[in-house]
Design a protein around this ligand. Structure first.
Ligand code: FES
Length: 134
């Protein structure tokens, strides 16, 4: 094998390795967060959801209790590169700590670099039991 043949084969090998990276959603690729069905229940009488402004992540969903006491839920993975977002109770928004994308209470993009909204989920409170579902 001469140098030209070697470089040719290495080039194909590198390309084959890089192609699946984007399919898998690594750096630079947008995440599809609309995939799976969501349906779970959380006890809101204890933990971070017991107080207004608290939040937690469960089942790939971020559930927050707004300053007004409403429960809201959106997909936790930022649509830019998949970092788990946080809830900022001061402004009632979801903020990605990676590149500072901001999403509204209903998951709409307010500031990039994300361009795709977070999937919003339904919430129903029965006593202290909060059902989160799609
Ligand atoms: S991962 Fe880049 S803004 Fe969230």
């Amino acid at each position: 094998m001469d140098r030209k043949e070697f470089l040719s084969q290495v080039g194909i090998g590198v390309a084959a390795l890089l192609a699946p990276a984007c399919i898998g959603g690594l750096s630079g690729c947008k995440k599809n967060t609309t995939a799976t069905k969501v349906d779970f229940t959380i006890n809101t009488s204890t933990g971070t959801l017991a107080k207004n402004g608290g939040f937690l992540v469960s089942n790939s969903v971020i559930v927050a209790r707004t300053n007004a006491g409403a429960f809201i839920a959106v997909a936790a993975a930022c649509t830019h590169q998949g970092t788990t977002v946080n809830y900022n109770s001061t402004n009632d928004v979801f903020v990605c700590p990676n590149h500072n994308a901001i999403f509204s209470e209903n998951g709409s993009v307010m500031q990039g670099p994300a361009t795709i909204n977070l999937t919003k989920y339904n919430t129903t409170l029965t006593g202290t039991s909060l059902r989160v579902f799609s």
